[in-house]
Design a protein around this ligand. Structure first.
Ligand code: SAM
Length: 230
């Protein structure tokens, strides 16, 4: 288990010298990727995405992923979070990864559903795989591609979040945990109040590995109380 701070080794800054023509934005993106220590560490440590470090940070702080647990990973592709989860839950655990995009197969214990989480067909495949069981943890790193208009991006992520919340009542064990990506300032009070009624603890957390310039953060809700009447 990882106990040390997750701050990555910092490589020397590199610049593009290949002479290829690029738009200013693709140059900015490429330079950011090349000089991002988490991207480099993901390559050397065999993770499919730099996002893996966000889940490692979240788990280091909240101890969410226990050996033998059943975990649902929504918005899983390319699979960094699924890799981290599989390592933590071990061979007795199970993970169901869901994404719109195709994903490379996971190791033993990992199931993949390619589909839209907002569609009934995907929920029915999830129910089939769970075969009457419920999950210990529901993770959601889902995000629609940013369109550049912050109010629209906010609305889209709120729709996903509302669905994840409703899904907890179907598929999360009592006392289970939910983690979902949100945009800063984007967790409407109404939803937050709803969450607080049915989870013992609800906090926002920005993992150190999440890019500072990004408005993303994670809602971490623990101690699910589906039957609580307020
Ligand atoms: N956690 C992933 C990892 O560690 O590799 C990265 C996830 S990426 C930031 C967000 C993912 O959410 C995308 O792959 C996208 O296809 C997926 N997504 C967005 N909306 C979705 C939806 N409605 N249903 C399923 N997946 C969705």
């Amino acid at each position: 288990m990882r106990e040390k701070p997750l701050s990555p080794n910092r490589p020397h800054k590199q610049i593009l010298k290949d002479g290829k023509k690029r738009t200013a934005s693709s140059k900015r993106w490429l330079l950011r990727q090349i000089n991002d220590p988490y991207v480099q560490n993901a390559k050397t440590e065999g993770y499919r995405s730099r996002s893996a470090y966000k889940l490692l940070d979240l788990d280091q702080k909240f101890r969410l992923l226990k050996s033998g647990a059943t975990v649902i990973d929504l918005g899983a592709a390319p699979g960094g979070w699924s890799q981290v989860t599989l390592k933590k839950v071990g061979t007795k655990g199970t993970i169901i990864a869901v994404d719109l995009q195709p994903m490379e197969a996971l190791e033993e214990g990992g199931h993949i559903i390619q589909g839209d989480f907002l569609e009934a067909a995907t929920l029915s495949k999830l129910a089939d795989l769970l075969s009457g069981k419920k999950a210990d943890v529901i993770l959601s790193d889902m995000a629609a591609p940013a369109c550049g208009m912050s109010s629209v991006d906010h609305m889209r992520i709120m729709i996903l979040l509302e669905m994840v919340y409703d899904f907890c009542f179907l598929s999360l064990k009592p006392n289970g945990a939910m983690v979902a990506k949100v945009l800063r300032g984007g967790t409407e009070n109404v939803l937050l109040q709803k969450l607080k009624k049915h989870f013992a603890k609800v906090v926002h957390f920005k993992p150190p590995s999440s890019r500072q310039e990004s408005s993303e953060m994670y809602l971490v809700a623990t101690g699910f109380r589906p039957d609580k009447i307020s």
